[in-house]
Design a protein around this ligand. Sequence first.
Ligand SMILES: [Zn+2]
Length: 266
Amino acid sequence: MINAFTVDLEDWYQGIELPLGRWVGREDRLRVGTDLLLELLADVRARATFFVLGSVAERSPEVVRQIHAAGHEVGTHGYGHEFVYRLGPDGFRADLERSLRGLEQLLGVPVRGHRAPYFSITRATPWAFSVMEDCGLRYDSSVFPVRNYRYGIPDAPRFVYRVGSIIEFPLTTWRCLGHNLPAAGGAYFRLFPYTFIRRALRDTNAAGQPAVFYLHPWELDPGHPRLDLPMRISLPHYRNLAQTRHRLERLLSEFRFAPMGQVLAL
Ligand SMILES: [Zn+2]
């Protein structure tokens, strides 16, 4: 079974709910984690899907070109890292179109996949799939079938399904005592024991389904600046960063991964 390896390509300060204006002047450390990640993937000859934030592609086009040249798939993570349910249908469309224009001009290939910032495709965004369809996307990987204070559709399907013409690849969960526990990567990969994540991926594969794993480059950069943030943000952001590399090497040695478009046979 081949699983999808995905990366939300953004710098350390872009996913911590700082408004765009407070990004100015932050230390650019995109390369630190991205170079290491590309190296670790190359070591095991695995390719991934990088959901690139449009503003990152504008600031660091050479990084995105390098990712594409290494054979990885490039998808979109929107432009300004905003909650889709706060943008509303028109705002979401404008943000998505802006990111797609930039990526397609940069790489000269159509972009097929999307991941919403903060997994913010929820019951409050029933219009999001038709916007993605209008923008020419083929698949989305934003629905997290869990209950979280800022995202999640707890009763969404746990495995790949369709909404209109869009294929949805929901974030991997582990089913336990009637609940879905988040197990797809990111903070959960650092907060929970490695063996829990492995169990979730193995059980998903045993059910005949591919799993999806996700990571951010800054999770491989324990030296990035520390900001004074509310506990709900700082704990999942900074916890156990020094463990990511070791755990990732183990994961890459125990599972096979490919870009999401390939796993979905697109
Ligand atoms: Zn993000």
